[in-house]
Write a protein of this length. Structure first.
Length: 374
């Protein structure tokens, strides 16, 4: 049975070139980048070249790129240090953020007694910008944490406008860009954002590696303590094979961005058209103009089919989800959906279908066929 993978917002398949790059590194780059002998220096040189390449791709400077195990670690580190070391007394966020942000903010509120304000969310999943301006009118040292692309419904934050608003009110701005780095252009010289985070496995790189952008002179302090790696901000011997895999994946993602974005966008539009024919009453959660890789839909099925729909598709070799990966096994609606839809709609089966360059129209036709059988 052919496997059809339509859960790319959870993780992505490695590009073949990335696997080869990592195998080469595992074979030859065995030295410790902190060692002073030639073998270590060569590894250090490769590490710093990777940092420069990543920085150039998002128009940052190399010292502003800090390698981490992924976005969860980076989010925890940035938010915690902002409160503990930078004197942040309030965090403004939304209730549809990833749990790596939401639960961290809740823990900081309990531990440090900071204020937490949640921005109003519109029915299409977008934040209410005027509400943000109102919240920022209070003169208190604030960090705003808002994700660029929502991982469940694909709504896109106008990060340029939010950054300018934060700057006008002297607030720090942190953005989880896990779903957008490698999938859309990022220019950190023009955006007024202080911190971003990214995970390689979301753009066809390896799991267990990511990076944080920390704007120079931020004052952040380490969450862990040990050696002087990563400017002393993230101690521990760097996993070079992971770093070079991430770098290769990001290079390929940006070199192929225009072609792959057009291709994936066409697939998404095709899927929407097919769904309309099969289920005239289906609904898109968020809006059709959301991020091109993600489509979250409500299906006009009875409530009792909610628990079995993903299972049925899985039995047919089709991988989709009902939300983020950590929630896909639950029959409860996600915290994101619970914020923007209510009543009868909240009980209807929903699917998050997330597409990559590796998918085809045949994949989508198979999905439509199986949904029709349900």
């Amino acid at each position: 049975m052919k496997k059809i993978y339509l859960d790319n917002a959870s993780t992505t398949q490695l590009r073949p070139e990335v696997i080869q790059e990592m195998l080469n590194s595992l074979s030859t780059d065995y030295g410790n980048p902190s060692s002073t002998h030639s073998i270590g220096r060569n590894v250090k040189s490769t590490l710093e070249l990777s940092r420069k390449i990543i920085a150039k791709l998002i128009n940052a400077s190399a010292p502003e790129i800090i390698f981490t195990s992924g976005a969860t670690e980076a989010n925890n580190w940035i938010l915690r240090s902002a409160v503990k070391d930078l004197g942040i007394k309030r965090i403004i966020t939304s209730k549809i953020e990833h749990h790596a942000v939401l639960t961290t903010v809740q823990a900081l509120q309990k531990e440090f007694n900071i204020e937490v304000d949640y921005i109003d969310i519109k029915s299409n999943g977008e934040i209410n910008i005027s509400n943000l301006v109102t919240l920022l009118s209070n003169d208190i040292k604030t960090l705003v944490s808002l994700m660029h692309v929502n991982n469940e419904i694909g709504t896109v934050l106008d990060i340029d406008i939010i950054g300018r608003i934060c700057k006008q009110h002297n607030a720090l701005f942190h953005s989880d860009m896990v779903q957008s780095v490698g999938k859309t252009e990022i220019d950190l010289q023009t955006l007024s954002v202080d911190f971003i985070v990214a995970s390689a496995h979301k753009f066809h790189g390896p799991k267990g590696i990511g990076f944080a952008f920390v704007r120079k002179n931020s004052g952040l302090q380490p969450m862990l303590f040990g050696g002087d790696q990563e400017k002393g901000l993230r101690p521990g011997t760097e996993a070079l094979h992971q770093v070079v895999g991430m770098t290769k994946a990001l290079e390929l993602s940006y070199s192929n961005l225009i072609l792959e974005r057009d291709y994936i966008s066409n697939l998404k539009n095709y899927l929407i058209d097919q769904l309309k024919e099969l289920f005239p009453d289906f609904k898109i959660i968020g809006n059709r103009e959301g991020f091109y890789t993600i489509l979250n839909i409500l299906l006009p099925f009875s409530e009792e089919k909610t628990a079995m729909i993903v299972f049925h598709l899985d039995m047919k070799g089709i991988a989709v989800s009902r939300g983020s990966a950590c929630q896909s096994g639950s029959t409860k609606p996600s915290h994101v959906l619970a914020e923007i839809i209510t009543g009868v709609d909240l009980k209807k089966p929903n699917l998050r279908i997330s597409i990559s360059y590796r998918n085809t129209k045949d994949d989508l036709n198979s999905l439509i066929f199986e949904l029709g059988k349900i």
